[in-house]
Design a binder for this molecule. Structure first.
Ligand SMILES: [Zn+2]
Length: 731
C-alpha cells in the first residue's frame, strides 16, 4: 500500500515536472543543426501561405537568419508554388525554375544567379536538420526567391507568416504563362462592359477581349456562335459576319480572308480559372462597323457605334422642293428642285438641280476653306438651310440663304484635305469632292493567274527608290497585259511588269509618290493590294541608322573603320532578322550601302518620311585612354516628348541599356544625354548607341568579330520586338 502510493507519487511528479517542461521547449526553441553545429533556435518559427492558403511546413518550420525569412524550398517553392526545382548535392546548388526565370542558389554561399546573371542573395542557403522530426531540408532566402519568380511577398511579423501571392498568370496553348502586360477594360458608347472575370490582355501588341462577354452579352448584343467541335467562332450583325478559328491568324469577314496580328484563343487566368474565347478587339469592332480606340492611360478598349458610311453611291444628305413650279415667273427665273450630297467610295458629289440650267458665280475662300455660290434669281420656295454635314467626309457645313437682291447664297465649308472641281450639265450644277485623308488606304485588285498559290508570291520593298515589287512565279507578263491592273490608288504613280528569266518570276513594279506601306491579301479570284502611308499598314516601324559612311569613316583603329562596323551590325546582319516572318516590326534603313553618304539631318528627317515609331543610330566610341570600354546610349533632352503610345527617347534608352550591354558581355556605362543631330532633330523617340570603344583592345576584338556582330544584330532584333510588346502602338 505504502509502496504503491510512493510509485504513484513518483509518477505524478514525473508528469508534473516533465510535461510542462516539454511544452515550454516546443514553444520556445527548436533543436536544429546547420553549418555543422547543433543549436536551439529560439526565435520565431515561420509559417507560410500562398494566396491565403497555408503551406504545410509544420514539421520543418522556417527560421530567421539575420532577420531574413528562410523557408524550405521543397515544401514552399516546389510543392506549393509548383516551380521546377533541382538539387545538386555534388555542387551544393539548388536550381529553381518557373515561367521565364531560373534562379541558382548555393548552399553556404550568397552567390546566386538569376537567368545567368550573377547576384548576391541576402543570406546563403542552408541545409538544416530538424531533430524532432528527423528531417533535413534546404532553407532558402524566401523573399529573394519569391520576388525573383514574380510573386508578391508580404511578411506578417505578428503571426510570423510569410504571405506569398501568385503573380497574374494566363493559360493558353497548353501552358501557364506569367502575364505582366496591361489588364484592360472595355467601354461601349461610354458604358463599361463588365470584364472583371477576364480582363483585356495584350498579346503581340494586340488587345484581346472575351468575345461573348464584349460583343454578345452586352449592349452590343451581336449574334455569337461557338462551334466547339470545329473551333470556329462566328460573330455577326445584319451585314457582316466574322469567322474566327481558334489558334489561326486567318479570319474571314464576309468570306474574305484577313490576316490577324494575334490569333483568337481560349484563355483562362489563375484568378477565376474560367476559360474565355478571346478575340482581337480592334479587328472585330472595326470589321463590324464600330470605331475602336485604345486608351493607353486608362487601358481601355473604347468601342463606339458609328454612323453607317455607305460604300456605294448613296445619298448622304438630301433636300427636295415641295413645289415644282415657279411661284412667280415675273420675279424668279429658276426654281431649285433638289440638293443632294452623295458618295461613291471616297468621292462625294454635291448636286443642285433646277427647273432650268443653274447660273452661279463661284468663289473659293482659302482662309475659311469655303466655297460660296451665288445663284441668279432662284425662287424662294425653300426654307433657309444651315446644317452640319456630319455624315460627309468632305463637307463640314452647308448654309443656303433665301434669295436677296436677285441672288441666292450657298456656302459650303470644306473639311481639311478636300479637293473639288465643278461640272454642270443640263439643269444640274455639280461640285465634285474628294478627300485624300479620308481614303488613307487604297485597294487595288490584281487578277490571279489560274491555280496560282498565294503563298508562292513574294515581294520586295524598294522604298529607297520609292517603289515596291510584287513577285509572281512564272512568266505572267502576257497575263497581266490581258488582265490589266487598274490603278485607282492616288499613292501609285505607275505600274509596270518585267519578267526575270533567272528567277523565273514576274515582277509587278509599283512606283509610288512617296514611301508607301503595302500588303497583299488573298481573295477568291484575285489578289487585293492595299497601299497607304506606312503607319496605316504596319503596326510598328523603326528606322535604323548605321553611323557614318561614304567619305566619312568615323573612328579608325588598327585599320578598322567605324562606318564598316556600324553597317555590318545594323544592316548586313540585322536585315535578315528584321525580314523574318515572325518579326512584328517594319524596318527602314537610312543607309543601305557601305559607301553611301547621308547628311545627319537627312537621316533624322527620314524617320518622319516613313512614319517611324522609333529611331536607332549605331556608332562605335573612341577615347584617348585605352582603358575606357563599354556601351553608352545617348538621347537628346530636346527630343524627349512622350509620343502617342507613351514612349520617350529616354525610356527607349533606359530600356536598351538594361539588356543590351549585359547580354553582349559589354560593360554598361549608362544612359547619357547629348544633342547629336540624329537624335536631337528627330521627330520620334530616338537614341544613339555607342556600342563599345574601338580604342579598347577587349572591345575592339569583339566589335570586329563577325559572329559577335551577328549576335548584336539578333539581340537588337529581339529587344526591339519585345519593346513593342511592352509599349504597343495600338495601331
Ligand atoms: Zn560615330
Amino acid at each position: 500500500m505504502n509502496r504503491k502510493k510512493s510509485i504513484c507519487l513518483y509518477l505524478l511528479l514525473l508528469i508534473v515536472i516533465f510535461i510542462p517542461l516539454q511544452q515550454v521547449n516546443a514553444a520556445s526553441s527548436l533543436k536544429i543543426k546547420y553549418d555543422g553545429k547543433m543549436c536551439y533556435y529560439s526565435d520565431k518559427q515561420l509559417k507560410a501561405t500562398l494566396d491565403g492558403s497555408t503551406i504545410n511546413i509544420s514539421k520543418t518550420p522556417g527560421i530567421l537568419i539575420n532577420g531574413y525569412a528562410m523557408l524550405p524550398y521543397i515544401d514552399v517553392f516546389k510543392k506549393a508554388l509548383g516551380a521546377s526545382c533541382k538539387y545538386d548535392a555534388g555542387k551544393g546548388t539548388i536550381t529553381i525554375k518557373q515561367y521565364n526565370t531560373t534562379i541558382i542558389l548555393n548552399i553556404g554561399s550568397r552567390t546566386a544567379y538569376i537567368n545567368g546573371k550573377k547576384v548576391l542573395a541576402p543570406v546563403a542557403s542552408k541545409k538544416v536538420y530538424y531533430y524532432k522530426t528527423k528531417i533535413t531540408r534546404v532553407l532558402v532566402p524566401s523573399r529573394f526567391v519569391a520576388e525573383a519568380l514574380g510573386y508578391s511577398y508580404t511578411w506578417n511579423s505578428k503571426t510570423a507568416t510569410v504571405q506569398i501571392a501568385s503573380p497574374y498568370q494566363i493559360y493558353y496553348d497548353g501552358q501557364w504563362r506569367l502575364y505582366e502586360g496591361s489588364k484592360g477594360t472595355v467601354v461601349f458608347d461610354g458604358e463599361s462592359i463588365d470584364v472583371s472575370d477576364m480582363p483585356v490582355i495584350i498579346l503581340n501588341s494586340t488587345a484581346l477581349v472575351p468575345a461573348k462577354k464584349v460583343f454578345s452579352n452586352s449592349s452590343l448584343n451581336l449574334s455569337y456562335k461557338n462551334n466547339t467541335t470545329a473551333n470556329i467562332i462566328t460573330i455577326s450583325n445584319e451585314t457582316t459576319t466574322i469567322q474566327y478559328e481558334l489558334g489561326s491568324l486567318t479570319a474571314y469577314v464576309n468570306d474574305i480572308p484577313y490576316t490577324l496580328t494575334e490569333a483568337p484563343k481560349k484563355v483562362k487566368d489563375n484568378v477565376t480559372k474560367k476559360s474565355y474565347v478571346m478575340v482581337p478587339a480592334k479587328f472585330t469592332a472595326q470589321s463590324l462597323g464600330y470605331t475602336y480606340l485604345w486608351d493607353t492611360t486608362d487601358k481601355t478598349c473604347e468601342i463606339t457605334s458609328q454612323q453607317e458610311i455607305p460604300e456605294a453611291e448613296t445619298a448622304v444628305w438630301q433636300w427636295k422642293s415641295d413645289s415644282t413650279e415657279l411661284t412667280d415667273s415675273s420675279v424668279y427665273s429658276n426654281l431649285l428642285l433638289s440638293m443632294t450630297l452623295s458618295r461613291e467610295n471616297s468621292q462625294e458629289v454635291f448636286t443642285l438641280e433646277g427647273i432650268n440650267p443653274i447660273q452661279a458665280n463661284f468663289n473659293f475662300n482659302q482662309d475659311t476653306n469655303s466655297i460660296s455660290l451665288s445663284i441668279v434669281n432662284l425662287d424662294n420656295s425653300f426654307e433657309a438651310i444651315d446644317t452640319v454635314m456630319d455624315q460627309s467626309v468632305c463637307i463640314k457645313k452647308l448654309v443656303v440663304s433665301k434669295c436677296e437682291n436677285g441672288s441666292t447664297k450657298v456656302s459650303i465649308e470644306l473639311l481639311s484635305g478636300t479637293d473639288y472641281y465643278i461640272s454642270a450639265s443640263g439643269n444640274a450644277y455639280t461640285l465634285n469632292f474628294s478627300n485624300s485623308s479620308a481614303s488613307a488606304v487604297s485597294t487595288l485588285e490584281l487578277a490571279k493567274p489560274e491555280n496560282m498559290d498565294f503563298n508562292l508570291i513574294t515581294d520586295e520593298d524598294q522604298y529607297y527608290d520609292k517603289r515596291f515589287l510584287i513577285k509572281i512565279p512564272g512568266n505572267q507578263v502576257a497575263f497581266y497585259q490581258e488582265h490589266e491592273i487598274i490603278n485607282t490608288s492616288p499613292q501609285i504613280n505607275n505600274i509596270s511588269y518585267e519578267y526575270n528569266v533567272e528567277d523565273n518570276v514576274t515582277n509587278i513594279i509599283f512606283a509610288t509618290n512617296s514611301v508607301q506601306g503595302y500588303r497583299l491579301k488573298n481573295n477568291t479570284d484575285s489578289f487585293l493590294l492595299e497601299v497607304a502611308e506606312p503607319k496605316y499598314i504596319y503596326n510598328n516601324i523603326v528606322v535604323f541608322d548605321p553611323g557614318h559612311g561614304g567619305d566619312d569613316p568615323g573612328a579608325i583603329q588598327n585599320g578598322y573603320y567605324e562606318s564598316n562596323l556600324n553597317f555590318a551590325i545594323l544592316y548586313t546582319y540585322l536585315e535578315q532578322y528584321m525580314n523574318l516572318d515572325e518579326s512584328n516590326v517594319k524596318a527602314y534603313w537610312t543607309r543601305r550601302e557601305e559607301s553611301e553618304f547621308l547628311s545627319l539631318s537627312e537621316r533624322a528627317a527620314f524617320a518622319e518620311q516613313v512614319d517611324a515609331d522609333l529611331f536607332i543610330s549605331l556608332h562605335m566610341n573612341a577615347a584617348s585612354s585605352s582603358t575606357a570600354s563599354g556601351t553608352e546610349i545617348y538621347y537628346s533632352t530636346l527630343n524627349n516628348t512622350t509620343n502617342s503610345f507613351g514612349v520617350t527617347s529616354k525610356l527607349l534608352a533606359d530600356y536598351l541599356i538594361e539588356t543590351l550591354p549585359n547580354n553582349l558581355g559589354l560593360k554598361s556605362r549608362g544612359v547619357k544625354t547629348a544633342n547629336y543631330v540624329v537624335v536631337k532633330s528627330n521627330s520620334v523617340p530616338a537614341v544613339l548607341i555607342e556600342l563599345g570603344f574601338m580604342t579598347n583592345s577587349g572591345d575592339l576584338s569583339k566589335l570586329t568579330d563577325s559572329s559577335f556582330q551577328d549576335t548584336v544584330a539578333l539581340e537588337l532584333y529581339q529587344e526591339i520586338n519585345s519593346f513593342f510588346e511592352l509599349y504597343p502602338t495600338n495601331r
